[in-house]
Each structure stands twice: as C-alpha cells, then as structure tokens.
Design a protein around this ligand. Structure first.
Ligand SMILES: Nc1ncnc2c1ncn2[C@@H]1O[C@H](COP(=O)(O)OP(=O)(O)O)[C@@H](O)[C@H]1O
Ligand SMILES: [Mg+2]
Length: 280
C-alpha cells in the first residue's frame, strides 16, 4: 500500500480536486484507492459523502486522537473508512476539529506525537496483510487530502506518508512555495520519516491559451525536470463542475477529455510509486 499525501501550503491550487479525481482514475484503472480527508474544511468529505457530515460520523480526528496502541481501540482506519455513493471510492471523513487549535491541544498532547497517523497507517497495512489482500477493505493507494498549510497537522500526515504529490499553478509565487516545501520535506525526513519521497509536482489549472502560462510551464519543466509529472492538468469547466456537484469525473457527461488527464496521471503515479518503493 502506498500512502500519498497531496500537499501545498497554498489554498485553491487543486489539492482536493487532484485527490478525488486521481482516486477515481486509480479505481477506473483497476486499483483500490482510499481517500483520507485531513482538511478541517472537509471539501473532500462533502464531495465523497454526498451529504453534510453529522456529529456521530467517525472521522480521521477520532482515529488520531484516540490512538493508544491497544487492542480495545475503537477507531482504526479500517473501521472508519466508508463507501462513497457519489464517487464510488472509499474514504475517511474529516471534521472541523482537524483545525490547528483543537488538533494541537488534543493530538499534540500525546507523547507519541506526531506518530499517530503513522501508527494508524501501519495498523491498516498490518490488518490488510492479516485479512489477506482479497478482502473488501484492501487498499493499494491511500491518498491524503491535506489542508493548505505546512503546520503540525500536515507534519503528522507527512510522518506517515511514503510520497507526496504537489499540485501547483504556474506562477512565480508557486516556485517560491516549492522551495519552502522542499525545506519542510528535508526536516520531516530528518526527524520523522527518512523514507518520504516527492512523487511529483503537478501543474494544474493551466490556461493553455495564455502565452505566459505556456512560458512558465516550460520554465517549470526546465527547473524541476526530475520531479515534475509529465502529465499536467489544464483548466476545464468539467473539472470544476464535478467538484461542485460532487460527481465522479470518470462517469461525468462530456468530461472524457478531463478524465483522460487523470488516467495519465494515475499511470505515472503507479509507476513512480513502484520505483520509489523499490528504492526504499
Ligand atoms: N484543472 C482545473 N480546472 C478547472 N477548475 C479547477 C481545476 N483545478 C481546480 N479547480 C477549481 O479550483 C478550485 C480550488 O480547487 P481545490 O481542489 O479545492 O483546491 P485546494 O484543495 O488546493 O484548496 C475549486 O473550485 C476547483 O473546482
Ligand atoms: Mg482542498
């Protein structure tokens, strides 16, 4: 199982759209993805749940805050993942307590901080091995939709992840953002997770009619040759529509060209994850 965090400290760059559409594409390609919503804004949860979350829905926060490594545990990820009627991909919902204040006071209190997510993921791996990989609850890709920050909560996600995908826009500020992010990754590697790899930067939301966007794209290709995905995602109204309406891009009317970008991305993600796993 490959754990992939979708991160960028900026909001509105396409983390949620990438997470959910990539999961739909992986599913379409015959894989078994699981989406984990780590963002207190709960955009992925709204999309996948197809209704407003309710108070008694178990969430990623319950899994993190309750972890104590005991058998009596109520909230392992395998128990709180649920199926998505709208998209057909299993997911773990988020809730507003994943916001910095409550996250720090509850999750940060534990002496094992920030290992909760890592431990939860490890449990999921082990339980899958135990129940054999043909069972329903068997995932080969776990995509974590992170909030727009590089704070503590994202650090816990990175501590448990194998790789990251970074959706970015083609502007100057994004370039600076990538450098900042590379620093954070170095820190995480040093302190919590030396196996963490950058799977790729994903150029998203490109207006290909703009000369400047095309020039910037070439610049990114020059500078980040080794980590940029070959696939890039242009602006498409259908991508915005599936996100707004909470639909599956693979099945959405008139979205076959948008869907094909995510299938290409899925191929690259599978390939790079395999290479990264053998390098570990
Ligand atoms: N390639 C794209 N084409 C059209 N709209 C997009 C595209 N990527 C993202 N969007 C839209 O941009 C907005 C921000 O995307 P989102 O995934 O929510 O960003 P983030 O999770 O990084 O905050 C959403 O309204 C989404 O529908
Ligand atoms: Mg988001």
């Amino acid at each position: 199982m490959h754990i992939i965090a979708v991160i960028n400290q900026k909001g509105g760059v396409g983390k949620t759209v990438t997470t959910v559409n990539l999961a739909a594409a992986l599913d379409e390609a015959g894989h078994d993805p699981l989406v984990i919503d780590y963002d207190p804004q709960m955009n992925a949860t709204d999309w996948l749940m197809g209704r407003e979350a309710e108070e008694d829905d178990a969430t990623i926060f319950d899994a993190l805050a309750s972890w104590d490594g005991k058998e009596s545990d109520r909230w392992p990820l395998s128990k709180i993942s649920r199926s998505s009627e709208s998209v057909g991909v299993p997911f773990v919902p988020s809730d507003s307590r994943m916001a910095a204040a409550s996250f720090d006071s509850v999750v940060g209190r534990s002496p094992v901080f920030p290992q909760q997510f890592r431990c939860r993921v490890q449990e999921l791996r082990t339980s899958q091995v135990r129940t054999n990989s043909n069972s329903d609850a068997s995932y080969d890709f776990c995509l974590v939709d992170c909030p727009p920050s590089l704070g503590r909560s994202v650090a816990t996600a990175l501590a448990g992840a194998d790789g990251i995908i970074v959706p970015i826009h083609t502007d100057r500020f994004s370039m600076r953002g990538v450098m900042q992010l590379q620093d954070t990754i170095k820190q995480i590697r040093k302190v919590h997770n030396d196996g963490l790899q950058i799977l790729g930067l994903l150029l998203n939301n490109l207006d290909l009619r703009s000369n400047m966007v095309n020039e910037m794209r070439e610049k990114f290709e020059e500078i980040y040759t080794d980590i940029l995905f070959e696939t890039f995602i242009p602006w498409r109204s259908k991508i915005n529509e599936v996100a707004t309406r909470g639909e599956n891009i693979m099945e959405y009317e008139g979205a076959s060209d948008a869907a094909s970008f995510y299938l290409d991305l899925a191929d690259e993600v599978v390939e790079r994850s395999r290479t990264a796993a053998t390098a570990r």
